[in-house]
Write a protein that binds this ligand. Sequence first.
Ligand code: GDP
Length: 364
Amino acid sequence: GFKCGIVGLPNVGKSTLFNALTQTAAAQAANYPFCTIEPNVGDVAVPEPRLAKIAAIAESKEIIPARMNFVDIAGLVAGASKGEGLGNQFLANIRETDAIAYVLRCFEDDDITHVDGRIDPLADLETVETELMLADMESLEKRRSNLEKKARTGDKDAKAALKLVDIALEQLQAGKPARFATIDKEDEKEWRKLQLLTSKPVLFIANVDEESAAEGNEYSQRVIDRAKQEDAEAVVISAKIESELALLEDDERAEYLETIGLEEPGLDRLIQTGYSLLGLQTYFTAGPKEARAWTFHKGWTAPKCAGVIHGDFEKGFIRAETIAYDDYVSLGGEAAAREAGKLRQEGKEYVVKDGDVLHFKFNV
Ligand code: GDP
């Protein structure tokens, strides 16, 4: 599954947030298969309002949402890159994620110690990112001398890798995360193979006090401004509020949301933002048995998308009967869409669009 790691200094609200995420998932377990993979991995349903609409039209008995994983990565302290605290394990855990969500403390509370004795979300971000940058530099420098030797003997792969290693090192030595490097399209695959911690897409979570859940505060504003400068995503959330929301029944939750002036739980926004940060999109299948959301990577063709359901669907792919989401809803389902000429027969080259309602035809 696709994984987003939750990272931050101690006492910023990571566990509170993670528990809220998994409690919400557990509460949904009656409807959705829920599995705890590991204590620190939360498998959550991706909130998707379009799915309920499709299910209503198709009169589906069951609704099955897409899912993604959040991983609570504890143990970051200054010095983690030197193996302090849970250092090495911590770095290994981050390496396995597809994106990183930084939890930044934007709440004041004299009873809850801040490791550096002050509330300053951007300084916290810097502390955490610096550890990751140091770890990247160290691993790159280790690899570099070996690559250089090979490159000197005329090894083309080594030469290509060395070029990317040097691009990354140049960024990092200038104090910038590797994700700011400009990489040629044809080098992207090789770039990802470097598995750098600071080349992953990032999301800033501004964890605000309960009073600021709807409007945010001065601290969270700084986080938003930084995200804008960096072309990153930011979500303002109150982990405390979310942990309370997670325990409520649907009708109570709606009432509570209204009281505090929120339109939807912050977690929904967080999950959706994480999902798009990972470059993920959704297509649907719909019938009387079930309506289901499937996850694919932006840019995937129809056969590849079919493979998400089953390998055989990809191997034996013939075509995909395709209805755009808007057509499906405005016309009122598959039969009406077919009638109106809005059901398209798409072949092997078709790049699936977010929201497509698909029916695969395949050879067995
Ligand atoms: P972690 O070390 O980053 O996992 O932090 P925790 O989730 O354990 O939170 C540390 C403390 O901060 C706990 O006592 C939480 O109840 C408290 N906390 C977390 N989020 C908030 C918040 O939004 N407002 C307030 N007032 N306290 C919070």
